[in-house]
Ligand binder design. Structure first.
Ligand SMILES: *Cc1c(COP(=O)(O)O)cnc(C)c1O
Length: 390
């Protein structure tokens, strides 16, 4: 028997892997020490556990442990990177470049910085979801201090050409930052190979706990600095004060270790299931995959079902399937996803889109069920639709 609703929303969050939970548990009770307590064994045990976790996170991204700054998640890491670089390099310039299809953690931070007089260029994405490299290079001025382009998109799974982007940034003496919350643990990410200077990641997107993440800050070639956005105690080499969340950090480390061991096999298995899901749904007419021609994460597909409004679709099967639609709730109304409209997809088609994100615990039986459920629901909606006539 399937457990309903079938969970295909692993880009919103993933369940904690039981092995991660098991690693975390002793650090709530037996080993409850403060990692900053230098004077006794309780502190030393916590500090040792954090050291191991820092090594595990660093190992997954080709960094050294001293380059990992633990935060409360990717949102905080994005804030620290963008605001911290703007403050630290104020004398060098006041211009940053990002992309329209970024996560709100980046876009809203950029809006905040604009109110403080920072100039921000928002690059457009092409229909495939990729940024235009020549537009990026053309946008760089002598005021530019940072380029921030996400590694892989949370709604479409589209993977940006990170190395080509960092090459351009480096050529002009500009720092390159990337939000890799969706890429980490799903595809190989390597800060050396990819030329990344700052990178935001989050544990709960790779089967770790919520409320913990990290900012990678390059230490060599070049040595990057960010101004702390939180004062008090000078933890994390002065970049992020606050008592470390030891159990969560231990879980994050374990999640990274598991990803390093299992990512290749997991990606291969999920590619097969994702492709089966896509094939099954594309048998419906007037159905298309968003970002289909770009490199994409192995476990994600974003599909538009013309003449079948996403909300109607979702309510039709909300007891059976947990997925996300191409609409975002704002205070007043349903807005089409800025990622899809940013790729030039019309509003009505964005509203008729669903994001399926498979995960470590997704089974083939669940995919077969999802195909049947969505097909039935789309067909029902289209029969009722005045535009449909299918
Ligand atoms: C989930 C996500 C975030 C936010 O991460 P939190 O740890 O939940 O704050 C930021 N960026 C991207 C691309 C994400 O997918």
């Amino acid at each position: 028997m399937l457990k309903l609703p079938v969970y295909l929303d692993n880009n919103a969050t993933t369940p904690c892997d039981p092995r991660v939970l098991e690693a975390m548990l002793p650090f709530f009770t037996a080993h409850f020490g403060n990692a900053a307590s230098r004077s006794h064994a309780y502190g030393w045990a916590a500090e040792e556990a954090v050291k191991t976790a820092r090594e595990q996170v660093a190992a997954l991204i080709g960094a050294v442990p001293e380059e990992i700054v633990f935060t409360s998640g990717a949102t905080e890491a994005d804030n620290l990177a963008l605001k911290g670089v703007v403050e630290m390099y104020a004398a060098k310039g006041r211009h940053i470049i990002t992309c329209e299809t970024e996560h709100k953690a980046v876009l809203d931070t950029c809006r905040h910085l604009e109110k403080q007089g920072v100039a921000v260029t928002y690059l457009k994405a092409g229909h495939d979801g990729l940024i235009d490299l020549s537009a990026l290079e053309a946008a760089i001025t002598d005021q530019t201090i940072l380029v921030s382009v996400m590694y892989a998109n949370n709604e479409t799974g589209v993977i940006q050409p990170v190395r080509a982007i960092s090459d351009i940034a480096r050529k002009h003496g500009v720092l390159m930052m990337t939000d890799a919350a969706q890429a980490l643990g799903k595809i190989p990410v390597d800060v050396q190979r990819d030329g990344i200077d700052l990178m935001a990641v989050s544990a709960h997107k790779l089967y770790g706990p919520k409320g913990v993440g990290a900012l990678y800050v390059r230490r060599k070639n070049p040595r990057v600095k960010v101004t702390a956005q939180m004062d008090g105690g000078g933890h994390e080499r002065g970049m992020r004060s606050g008592t470390l969340n030891v159990p969560a950090i231990v879980g994050f480390g374990k999640a990274c270790e598991l990803a390093r061991q299992e990512m290749t096999a997991e990606a291969a298995r999920l590619t097969i299931l994702r492709d089966k899901l896509e094939k099954g749904l594309l048998e419906l007419e007037e159905t298309s995959v968003n970002g289909a021609t770009a490199p994409r994460l192995p476990h994600v597909t974003n599909i538009s079902f013309k003449y079948a409004g996403g909300e109607g679709l979702m309510t039709g099967f909300s007891r059976d399937l947990a997925v996300s639609s191409g609409s975002a709730c704002t205070s007043a109304s349903m807005e089409p996803s800025h990622v899809l409209t940013g790729m030039g997809i019309p509003d009505d088609l964005a509203h008729s889109s669903l994001r399926f994100a498979l995960g470590r615990f997704t089974t083939e039986e669940e995919i077969d069920f999802a195909i049947r459920t969505v097909r039935e629901s789309v067909n029902n909606l289209r029969e009722m639709s005045p535009l449909g006539g299918f």
